[in-house]
Write a protein that binds this ligand. Structure first.
Ligand SMILES: [Zn+2]
Length: 126
């Protein structure tokens, strides 16, 4: 932790980093998080028998039909667009309003053709 704090202070003030990240659109923020966590493996020493990577997810629950009580929480994996299908990318202010399923989980994205953040396969959302 000491090294991380030193690095953060050396590059940029932590509050400046937070302020910058908060100024991003949802899509920009998600894309940045995926760049930051790329290659991060949290089970040090278990590389020979564990595959794992971090993903970005949204915890969500809806109001019940009675419009008073809340339903159960669920996780929505947030997927980036498929850059093979959309080589020019998407506008940074695109809404995350598409939803599909892969690997037994709900997957949401700003694009209809996305890449599952778990398995890396193409996933269609609508
Ligand atoms: Zn998948």
């Amino acid at each position: 932790m000491r090294n991380v704090n030193f690095l953060i202070q050396k590059i940029m003030n932590k509050n400046d980093i937070i302020k910058s990240m908060k100024s991003l659109s949802d899509k920009q923020f998600i894309e940045l998080l995926y760049e930051v966590v790329k290659g991060r493996f949290i089970y040090k020493g278990e590389e020979n028998y564990t595959q794992s990577h971090l993903v970005v997810a949204n915890a969500c629950r809806l109001k019940n039909d009675n419009n008073k009580d809340w339903g159960e929480w669920s996780l929505e994996l947030i997927a980036k667009h498929d850059s093979k299908i959309y080589p020019k990318g998407w506008a940074d202010d695109s809404l995350i309003c598409q939803s599909g399923e892969c690997c037994g989980h709900e997957v949401i994205s700003w694009a209809k053709n996305a890449i599952c953040p778990i398995c890396g396969k193409e996933v269609y959302t609508s």
